[in-house]
Ligand binder design. Structure first.
Ligand code: GSH
Length: 240
């Protein structure tokens, strides 16, 4: 099976949560938006605008696997999890993994809205004052609440704090790694301040980073650097 990931080029974005799962499993995939031979951004746009699609995609990322087309990060990972061995077979554990992924999606959306609190259709430069207000609450309340939640999940995992679910790597672990990386990129001071409160979260992020498959991916040119067109943006005026 050759998976096709349709996502905007040039940013890790939400596509990264899907890339990490594909990379950790050593899956065969093409990152269409970043691959001109596969059609590049024009192919992503064509997929989104496909007038013949009876189940049209709302927004990228979208994954194509043969005749299956699935959008929404959490749904893509729910689909890929069993195929890539990145979720438990037990239905309760799989549902819990999906729930955790949806909470990560909430965190991702809020991280984005910090620099676009008024609207995604306007430039950051036109909503800087509102972004400062939003950032203060995000730093002091929301980051601690989200990462504190994952810390609690890890601490209460009956199989130990190395993974979010059970004793094996799941796609939620990979996603939490990327969310932590993104928050550390965008809000280095704010995350450093709560470091002592989230030892299990930081240890998990480190362990994912050091996995041979992920370490090789992070060194490759397939891993795109964070930048200020992305969800996690480093605007020093929003950190503190
Ligand atoms: N909840 C969706 C959000 C998808 C999304 O917002 N995609 C962005 C790129 S990261 C986009 O292009 N959105 C276009 C839009 O919302 O109009 C997911 O997790 O996949």
């Amino acid at each position: 099976m050759r998976y096709e990931l349709f996502y905007w080029p040039g940013i890790p974005g939400r596509g990264e949560f899907v890339r990490l799962a594909l990379e950790a499993a050593g899956a065969d995939y093409v990152d269409v938006g970043n691959d001109e031979r596969a059609g590049g951004v024009a192919a992503v746009e064509a997929l989104l605008e496909d007038a013949a699609a009876t189940r049209p995609a709302f927004a990228p990322p979208v994954l194509r696997a043969g005749r299956t087309l699935v959008g929404q990060v959490a749904a893509i990972l729910q689909f890929l999890g069993p195929r890539l061995g990145l979720v438990a077979k037990d239905a309760g554990d799989a549902l819990w993994t999906h729930q955790l992924q949806l909470t990560i999606a909430d965190l991702v959306a809020e991280s984005h809205d910090v620099h676009h609190p008024v609207g995604i259709g306007s430039y950051y430069e036109d909503q800087k004052a509102e972004a400062r207000r939003r950032a203060e609450e995000f730093r002091t309340q929301r980051i601690p609440k989200f990462l504190g939640h994952f810390e609690r999940v890890l601490a209460r995992n009956p199989k130990g704090p190395a993974h979010l679910v059970g004793a094996r790597l799941s796609y939620a672990d990979l996603s939490l790694f990327h969310a932590v990386e993104g928050l550390r990129y965008a809000f280095p001071k704010a995350v450093a301040r709560i470091g002592d409160d989230i030892p299990h979260v930081l240890a998990l992020a480190e362990a994912v980073k050091e996995r041979p498959d992920i370490a090789a991916y992070l060194r490759s040119d397939r891993r795109l650097p964070f930048n200020e067109q992305d969800i996690f943006r480093r605007y020093p005026e929003l950190d503190g």
